[in-house]
Design a protein around this ligand. Structure first.
Ligand code: C2E
Ligand code: MG
Ligand code: MG
Length: 721
């Protein structure tokens, strides 16, 4: 065949071919073949083609006639076709087979397997070649898919092998029946410390302690092939140490064995971290005591137990340190922390192994106690603690006295929730604080009611300032000898919309706790100055002086001085119109800062009075350093001074101490003439109390001034005395 020679041209069919084609029988065979057939001359020119060949190329057979067969073959396969073309000398009937790509009219390349046979020779005018074309396209396509699939397979196998060999986690395959190892990766060898030979000579039983051999998996149902499972267990390394492992496994057939591929991850470190984390979430970082979570668990367990017991066996003690905030603020947080740790140790030493001491946070501790007589046991612990706390604690170079208030509650089946137990223990503790601190109280139902009332009061208090529900009353302070007015003490009153006038003792403490006291006291300061300015308009009332009570938070508030300056300026008042009353307990800590502050106040002419003297725990040695003007003897000593010689002695001592320190002394709560006389005899200069006048609304206070003797000057010196 010579493919480049031929162009379409009509040719006369050779006689033999014409004979075949004109025979209807052979024509039918020719046209109805499933194979493509073409008669071609020995130069490759198509003389006739059947419909099947035409369909194979997307053509009508007539369009093929006269064209060279090579026109329909892909260029890459020319050579192959040419090489297979029957040579002149080939014996007739001998055929060659070649697979070549044909160019389909619009489907691109299609595969045909050509069987080429030289038919005529010798006398024939044109040598004839029979080309039979079998459509191989579907087979070739299938072969291609298969080849690609095999390639994928080969690649994925390689990938798996790499994944196995170079996996950073230990991996092995073992025989499910004999438990012998069949394959192992380097990471496993490194982790367990064996050589490959040693490893492959062992069975799974050599790695796992016998318990774990069944352990992590035995609760799982038998698995089918290809299924995975996971568990946690312990493995022994070659050096004998045990490690915690997390195992993930996969069933497979490996080299003909029923096997399991196992991934073993060493989780020893993770478990350790988890254990540490769990410990730290359940314990308090400072004291190492169980925290609220663990406490709640313990309480729940005790509650459950109480449901089954005929009589209660558990009690809760709720402890809160007294004045811890003051200690913390003044000695520093480090010292505060140290004290909490010392206390935690003391508490642990007081209870049995089976009891629990927990820190709730801040200065709150809880003990859960188990005892045949739980309340008695709780009281015993409270009293032992109180007696321990009689001794001061050494913190740095200081000795500090700690005191704590304790609420006790019995765990009974009436409780469902730990939170309710803690709430009631807290209520009892609060009651212990109100009753004077450093004591214990046992919870009862009445406490619950008053706690609710307190909650109500708290929420009312938040709105009271905005609702203008506060008033200032003025109680006269008089010269004992002459009953002349020395000044007033401003005392706040709360006109509660439902409850009427509420006593400050009932809400000052709450205001301090909920952070409202500074706003409240600033309001009093403003109201008092406004009142003084108003009184100044009246010549009969001009120049009065008023004492204002401060709370410890006022004293530590950095804006105190500025606020006072601003209010005095606003009402055009001089500092000597005011006295500030501070209680002695505010003075104990950080004398230096307190003295500086008091000096700044005194530079403005403001006087300082030490309120409720004798009830706090100040050391007398502090007093001489303190730049104060007046001492106020607490009314608890004055009120019983006649009947109780001890009180009388205390009053006498405070008076002599005050005079010794050059302070003037005011007796609070003078209620009768006998007291007035006794105080006078002891040399007390001033008195305040119902015997002279109760706290009065502003208008009545003004009336009191005009109806009584002349006002003495603000510094408390009695003219002519
Ligand atoms: P305090 O500063 O020691 O005030 C004296 C208290 O004794 C006042 O109680 C007064 O009404 C009461 N009193 C005076 N004379 C007698 C008497 O003859 N017999 C009796 N039984 N009581 C007498 P009050 O007004 O209930 O105040 C109680 C405490 O509340 C005050 O004690 C003071 O510590 C605090 N307080 C009052 N007003 C304020 C305020 O505006 N700010 C601050 N931070 N605390 C205040
Ligand atoms: Mg006072
Ligand atoms: Mg007082």
């Amino acid at each position: 065949m010579n493919p480049d020679l031929d162009s379409p041209q009509s040719r006369v069919l050779p006689a033999e071919l014409a004979a075949i084609q004109s025979n209807p029988y052979s024509q039918a065979i020719f046209e109805n073949q499933a194979l493509g057939i073409a008669w071609v001359d020995d130069r490759g020119c198509i003389l006739v083609a059947n419909a099947t060949y035409g369909r194979f190329l997307g053509l009508l057979p007539a369009a093929m006639v006269g064209r060279c067969l090579a026109d329909f073959i892909a260029a890459e396969d020319f050579q192959g076709l040419q090489d297979s073309w029957p040579r002149q000398g080939n014996p007739p009937g001998a055929n060659t087979v070649v697979e070549v790509r044909h160019r389909h009219r619009d489907q691109g390349l299609v595969w045909g397997r050509l069987t080429i046979t030289r038919v005529s020779q010798g006398s024939s005018p044109i040598p004839l070649v029979l080309v039979i074309c079998e459509d191989m396209t579907p087979t070739k396509q299938a072969e291609q898919v298969l080849r690609e699939h095999q390639e994928d397979l080969r690649q994925s196998e390689a990938t798996y092998r790499t994944l196995f060999a170079s996996n950073p986690h230990p991996l092995w395959v073992y025989d499910l029946d004999s438990l012998a190892f069949l394959e192992v990766n380097n990471a496993a060898l490194a982790k367990y410390g064996y050589s490959r030979e040693e490893f492959l000579a062992m069975t799974l039983g050599d790695l796992c302690p016998p318990r774990d051999l069944l352990g992590p998996y035995d609760n799982l149902n038998p698995l089918g092939e290809g299924m995975g499972r996971a568990g946690v267990g312990k493995h022994r390394k070659k050096d004998g140490t045990l490690i915690d492992v997390e195992l993930t496994s996969h069933r497979l057939i490996f080299r003909g064995h029923r096997a399991e591929l196992v991934l073993a991850q060493d989780i020893s470190d993770r478990l350790q971290v988890e254990a540490k984390l769990r410990y730290s979430t359940l314990h308090d970082g400072l004291t190492d005591l169980p925290n609220r979570y663990l406490l709640t668990e313990k309480l729940q367990a005790a509650l459950k137990q109480s449901q089954r017991q005929s009589s209660p066996r558990h009690a809760v003690l709720f402890l809160d340190l007294d004045r811890f905030k003051t200690i913390n603020d003044n000695l520093g947080h480090l010292a505060g922390d140290q004290m909490l740790v010392i206390l935690a140790d003391k508490l642990k030493a007081l209870v049995r192994e089976t009891d629990l001491v927990a820190r709730l946070g801040g200065d709150e501790f809880v003990i859960v106690l188990e005892d045949d007589e739980p309340i008695r046991g709780a009281i015993r612990i409270a009293e032992r603690l109180f007696s321990e706390l009689q001794m001061p604690l050494s913190v740095g170079d200081r000795e500090v006295f700690l005191s704590t208030s304790i609420g006790i509650v019995l765990i009974t089946p009436a409780y469902d929730r730990a939170a309710d137990l803690l709430r009631d223990a807290d209520i009892a503790m609060y009651r212990a604080k109100v009753k004077g601190k450093g004591r214990y109280e046992i919870f009862d139902a009445e406490m619950h009611a008053s706690a609710l009332q307190r909650l109500q009061l708290e929420s009312d208090l938040h709105q009271a300032l905005a609702n203008h529900e506060f008033l200032v009353y003025f109680q006269p302070i008089v010269v004992l000898q002459t009953r002349q007015l020395m000044g007033f003490e401003a005392l706040i009153r709360w006109q509660h919309p439902r409850r009427g006038l509420v006593d400050p003792l009932e809400f000052i403490g709450i205001a301090e706790e909920i952070g409202l006291i500074i706003a409240l006291d600033r309001w009093v300061l403003e109201a008092v100055c406004q009142q003084l300015a108003a009184w100044d308009q009246n010549p009969a009332l001009r120049g009065l002086t008023v004492s204002i009570n401060l709370s410890v938070q006022d004293l530590w508030n950095i804006h105190l001085i500025d606020d006072i300056d601003r209010v005095l300026a606003r009402y055009d008042l001089s500092g000597d119109r005011l006295t500030l009353e501070i209680t002695e307990s505010m003075l104990v800590n950080d004398m230096e800062t307190t003295s500086q502050l008091i000096n700044q106040l005194r530079q403005r002419g403001i006087q300082i009075s030490i309120d409720d003297f004798g009830t706090g725990y100040s050391s007398l040695s502090y007093l001489h350093q303190l730049p104060a003007d007046t001492l106020k003897i607490d009314r608890s000593f004055v009120s019983h001074m006649q009947e109780n010689p001890k009180n009388f002695k205390i009053v006498e001592t405070i008076l002599s101490l005050g005079h010794h320190l050059n302070l003037k002394v005011i007796a609070e709560g003078v209620e009768n003439q006998a007291q007035q006389k006794a105080l006078q005899r002891l040399g007390c200069e001033f008195g305040q109390g119902h015997w002279f006048a109760p706290p009065l609304p502003a208008a009545q206070a003004a009336a009191y001034v005009t109806s009584t003797a002349k006002v003495v000057d603000g510094k408390g010196s009695i003219p002519g005395a």
